[in-house]
Design a protein around this ligand. Structure first.
Ligand SMILES: C[S@@+](CC[C@H](N)C(=O)[O-])C[C@H]1O[C@@H](n2cnc3c(N)ncnc32)[C@H](O)[C@@H]1O
Length: 462
């Protein structure tokens, strides 16, 4: 197999044309001064559209529906690595500014890629990021850690030089991690390239923070250079896609990402205040954490959906390459709220959560599929444990803000937000406010409820 020679010069030129390098003023024409207005959607419903920054004192009434247009999804470190069901940064930024003060402590118990924590830090709040997933924790650490610019530039340059010198003969079998179905996921050429990238990173620096940023930049390209579908949260190979991966693809994509991510981290490091921190504890289950009672001023989160994204499966290839998982992922999957890994002995009988609406739905699903019904029940059961834990650890008067949508289980609309709102009240929270944040998909000829995806923002008070 011949490898295409790669040119760092060309890669740098290509990256320089990317949007994030343009002057922010170029975007000003998109963002009007009066950025809140009433609009009507194609169904004649009234929405409040907010473009960009959400005004702190935005008026909210219960049940109101907003269409937030985000401009900051790849600003600072927010743009590092894909992550399913990420917040758009304007939302946690606004909630943090509206409901907490500088120096307060903010918690996100389902932190994922740390959008809440990045915003907490940039707005002078200390914060804690809890997540059960080792990949999320690794990514969250990278995205919230500042790095010294000159040392980073030197390491990036060293790595780029090593990439050009790639010689497949210098890669041994020991350099390539072993994991299930490895040779179905990747072509041999790509395995050799990824192994060379990883070796180049490890041999170029002893600075753990720089190394981890480079490893995350490698991780960002893994899905696109594998045989798996790039656009599916599950890692699956689709023969029909006919995905073609050229030799040198991993090397060039990685080089591009490394340059982009070092730009992002520099931008972040320049503005991140250094006397505030993001703490990522070992204690990582949102149902049981060891923080003392009354620790947090504000909690902002988006929990997983029932029976929706399988996070360990989404990042399985990335975790194998990063060395944070090997073999079966079932043990990890089991700990995830919303998990599909359940035991037959548990789903032979109908379970009830104690909320009338939710129980009716669980029963309907039970008549269609006992296993799915138990998955739905367990989701609500686990979320109730989380509500109890957050209630305990929140200061009196503090708010727990939960952003959650609906989904379908066995064709049944499962209105998580309503069930969760009811459960939260049963353990002591009061509902201060709730409103919708719409994501409109423009598909013709599908029912309204499938075209409109609403995330509900529930503001709870202890
Ligand atoms: C919707 S995502 C959060 C995304 C996040 N808001 C962001 O901006 O990236 C939900 C997260 O919940 C985490 N999770 C699932 N079960 C958990 C548990 N038992 N304890 C803590 N985190 C859990 C998943 O790993 C996932 O990262």
């Amino acid at each position: 197999m011949t490898y295409y020679p790669i040119s760092i010069q060309e890669i740098k030129q290509k990256v320089a044309k990317k949007k994030i390098f343009r002057h922010p003023n170029e975007y000003l024409d998109f963002i009007e001064l009066n950025n809140v207005k009433e609009i009507h959607n194609e169904f004649g419903e009234t929405l409040t559209r907010v473009d960009g920054e959400i005004p702190i004192d935005l008026k909210i009434t219960d049940g109101q529906r907003f269409l937030f247009i985000s401009y900051d999804q790849s600003k600072y470190t927010h743009g590092i690595h894909k992550y399913p069901a990420k917040f758009f940064p304007e939302l946690p930024r606004w909630l943090i500014k509206r409901y907490s003060h500088p120096n307060d402590i903010v918690l996100d118990p389902f932190a994922g890629s740390a959008t809440t924590n990045i915003e907490a830090l940039l707005n002078k709040r200390n914060s804690v990021a809890i997540d059960i997933d080792p990949f999320a924790k690794f990514l969250a650490k990278v995205k919230t850690t500042t790095i010294e610019k000159t040392e980073l530039a030197y390491v990036v340059d060293t790595i780029l030089k090593k990439l050009v010198e790639f010689n497949p003969k210098e890669i041994s079998e020991n350099d390539i991690p072993d994991f299930p179905y490895r040779d179905n996921w990747f072509s041999n050429e790509i395995l050799l390239e990824l192994a060379h990238i990883k070796k180049s990173i490890i041999s170029s620096t002893n600075n753990v923070d720089i190394r981890d940023l480079c490893l995350i930049s490698m991780s960002s390209v893994i899905r696109s250079v594998s045989n798996a579908d790039d656009n599916c949260t599950r890692t699956v190979v689709r023969k029909k896609l006919n995905k073609i991966i050229y030799p040198s693809f991993a090397l060039t994509k990685f080089a591009e990402n490394l340059i982009l991510n070092s730009y992002r981290i520099n931008e972040f490091s320049q503005i991140a205040p250094n006397n505030y921190s993001v703490y990522i504890p070992n204690d990582n289950d949102a149902r049981f954490f060891s923080y003392p009672d009354d620790s947090f001023d504000l909690v902002v989160t988006s929990p997983p959906y029932a029976n929706a994204v399988d996070y360990p499966r989404t990042h399985q290839l990335e975790m194998y390459w990063l060395g944070i998982a090997n073999g079966s992922l079932n043990r990890l999957k089991e700990q995830h709220i919303g998990t599909e890994i359940v035991k037959a002995i548990d789903y032979n009988e109908l379970h009830r959560i104690g909320d009338m609406e939710a129980d009716k739905k669980i029963e309907r699903i039970y008549n269609l599929d006992k296993r799915r019904s138990y998955i739905a029940f367990k989701y609500l059961y686990d979320m109730r444990l989380n509500f109890k834990e957050v209630y305990r650890a929140l200061k009196p008067g503090g708010r727990y803000i939960v952003v959650v949508g609906n989904n379908r289980i066995k064709g049944e609309l499962f209105e998580s937000w309503k069930y969760l709102m009811n459960l939260s009240q049963s353990i002591g929270f009061s509902v201060e406010n709730y409103f919708g944040s719409e994501i409109i998909k423009h598909f013709i000829k599908v029912p309204r409820e499938e075209r409109i995806n609403t995330d509900w923002v529930i503001i709870l008070r202890k």
